[in-house]
Design a protein around this ligand. Structure first.
Ligand code: AP5
Ligand code: MG
Length: 376
């Protein structure tokens, strides 16, 4: 079993299905010893208890009844504080032995309220069976008689327990990973700086890198460096770049994968000129997921074609970039962008991450627009 990701958090395998099964059997034996012949009523507290309740009841073979409730809480008066109410109880409990089934008891607030309500309905006895118990933070006086597994005050999911709605269906327990979540999304800032050739990606990336202490990854710069060093990869890349065509996906995806591995402790990344195709965008999402992070925002610098050509030709006079020198190559870069790269706006828009930024005006004005977008 390996790590899993739910929403923004990484969870490690914690308690296996086999271990849970053994612990549930132990509780079933204890309950059987005590209640055989007494026809108790089991009351499961939803939603979290459904796995535990099901497995426990399968191991109980004496005569009993089973019901489920939900706990609703609403804000009461100043003196009553939060009032709790049981919903869906279709069982008369007066005069009966009741066993409440819980998924987890931590501070004990919920179980205290539920026990009190059932006792006040005239139950002959009320006991509690819980899958998990956190003795270190339990602060109530009610005896939790049947405990399958004791755990430290950690956040767990699976086997009925959720993190913000997800994870309940996992057949074993997972615990929130301390190590992984220390450098999780909240601390990292990952930006796709997007736009056509000459939009100002490189210019703005340098300023963003400085302001947010990020690692700047420009596939164009990396490839030009390979060309300069006359590597095999450089020779291959040159044949595409000089024509204004895209270098094959697998080449740039591998490059980015290596860069991510080399920068494990980065506070975040600016991806400049990457991704440029849907394949690259999907590969980037997968790579980042492996590093327990994701893209936060895609900032798309919008500049009209005339201005783009104007800027590139101006730069070409001193940049030494082969692809800046020839007008037909410049046009081909823009055409390639419109055909293969611009559709990525939809890819990120569907994830709610696409932000169009006007790329004209002074470099500082554009930078201000970018930083305001990042802040919001
Ligand atoms: P790449 O190096 O990424 O080039 P590009 O996308 O064509 O963009 P540029 O670097 O030319 O422009 P920029 O947006 O960075 O603008 P800049 O800040 O320099 O890619 C080159 C080639 O490599 C590709 O064609 C492809 O072959 C290959 N490649 C790269 N990544 C790839 C990938 N992922 N997959 C496949 N192939 C890949 O600004 C431009 C000029 O404008 C500068 O002179 C600047 O001073 C000026 N300027 C900037 N801002 C302003 C402003 N606000 N007002 C006036 N002038 C401004
Ligand atoms: Mg650039």
């Amino acid at each position: 079993m390996s790590r899993i990701k739910i929403h923004d958090k990484i969870f490690e395998p914690f308690i296996s299905a086999e271990e849970i099964d053994r612990a549930v059997s132990k509780v079933a034996d204890q309950i059987t010893k005590k209640y055989r012949g007494r026809k108790p009523v089991f009351i499961g507290v939803l939603n979290g208890c459904f796995f535990f309740a099901t497995d426990l009841m399968r191991k109980i073979d004496f005569s009993c009844e089973v019901s489920f409730v939900k706990v609703a809480s609403y804000v009461g008066t100043q003196t009553t504080g939060n009032v709790r109410q049981l919903l869906g109880l279709d069982q008369k409990v007066a005069g009966r032995d009741v066993i409440i089934i819980e998924d987890i008891v931590d501070t004990g607030n919920t179980i205290e309220a539920v026990t009190e309500i059932i006792a006040n309905m005239g139950a002959a006895s009320v006991s509690v069976a819980t899958l998990l118990m956190k003795p270190k933070i339990y602060s109530k006086n009610i005896d939790i008689e049947f405990v399958a597994i004791e755990i430290d005050p950690e956040f767990v999911v699976g086997y009925g327990l959720d993190y913000d709605g997800f994870g309940r269906n996992l057949n074993q327990l997972y615990v929130l990973s301390q190590a992984q979540n220390l450098k999780s999304d909240e601390d990292m800032l990952n930006i796709v700086l997007f736009g056509p050739p000459g939009a100002g990606k490189g210019t703005q990336a340098i300023k963003l890198k400085e302001k947010y202490d990020l690692v700047h990854l420009s596939t164009g710069d990396i490839l030009r460096n390979e060309i300069k060093n006359e590597t095999e990869l450089g020779t291959l890349a040159k044949s595409f770049m000089d024509k204004g065509e895209l270098v094959p996906d697998e080449v740039v995806i591998d490059m980015i994968g290596n860069c991510l591995n080399e920068n494990e402790s980065a506070k975040g990344f600016i991806f400049d000129g990457f991704p440029r195709t849907t394949e690259q965008a999907e590969a980037l999402d997968n790579l980042l997921e492996k590093h327990s992070t994701e893209i936060d925002t895609m900032l798309s610098l919008e500049v009209d074609d005339e201005e783009l050509v104007d800027r590139i030709i101006k730069r070409g006079k001193e940049s030494g970039r082969e692809d800046d020198k020839n007008e037909s190559v410049i046009f081909n870069r823009i055409i390639t962008y419109n055909k293969k790269t611009a559709p990525l706006k939809n890819y990120y828009d569907e994830q709610g991450k696409y932000h169009a930024i006007a790329g004209v005006g002074s470099v500082d004005d554009v930078f201000d627009r970018l930083t305001s977008s990042i802040k919001s």
